[in-house]
Design a protein around this ligand. Structure first.
Ligand SMILES: [Zn+2]
Ligand SMILES: [Zn+2]
Length: 210
């Protein structure tokens, strides 16, 4: 398992890394341009676009961090594997971010939204970015709940594949579009057996404990 989930930013991976950034730049440019052009227009549209731009940037950071750093043999610290992420792959029900952490993230998010309204400036981009990160923490928790199959079907399917069958694919948690654009979607006709799905939801672990 350990060897399977690793990749590194070198060789062909380095080319893919820069290609991802190039594609992101191509998509961000028109979005940022429209935001700037609407600067003098409707205030709500302007801030809506700034917020979306920040969130959009987050979704890319999330994808890149997961694909090239969390699955890197060097990990975030640069001194060893990203053991927390590796642990989560082996024990999918163990998520380090607690409910208290999520409440705090939500509380800070509300403060930032209020601050953005008061500042009425480009600070809204940061708020969008922060809310993207905050939303990611919530979404990751949601995707490990069975009920999410009714609300976030596609996202949960991608996350299941990433955990259980294709650790080098399906890196998006908040959105699937970067996997689709950057060619890391699951292969056509991919499927999972019930035993694997049960592992993802911790069924075997729970029954072993009881
Ligand atoms: Zn992963
Ligand atoms: Zn997960």
């Amino acid at each position: 398992m350990k060897a399977q989930i690793y990749s590194s930013i070198s060789g062909s991976n380095a080319r893919q890394y820069w290609l991802c950034i190039f594609v992101f730049g191509l998509l961000l440019l028109p979005l940022a341009s429209v935001s700037l052009l609407l600067c003098a227009g409707n205030r709500f549209v302007f801030h809506g676009l700034l917020f979306f731009t920040g969130w959009f940037i987050w979704t890319f950071i999330e994808y890149m961090a997961h694909r090239f750093w969390m699955h890197s043999a060097k990990g975030f610290s640069g001194s060893g594997s990203d053991s927390r992420h590796q642990h989560h792959h082996v024990h999918p029900t163990d998520i380090k971010i607690t409910s208290a952490n999520r409440y705090l993230l939500g509380f800070i998010g509300i403060i930032l939204i209020l601050l953005s309204a008061w500042l009425n400036s480009y600070f809204t981009v940061f708020t969008g970015l922060y809310m993207g990160f905050s939303g990611y923490c919530f979404m990751h928790f949601f995707l490990h709940q069975r009920w999410a199959q009714y609300v976030f079907k596609d996202l949960q399917r991608f996350h299941l594949y990433h955990h259980c069958k294709y650790p080098n694919r399906c890196f998006g948690v908040s959105v699937t579009w970067w996997d689709k654009i950057l060619d890391t979607s699951p292969p056509a006709g991919a499927s999972l057996c019930q035993r694997t799905i049960d592992f993802f939801f911790g069924v075997h672990r729970r029954s072993a404990k009881s």
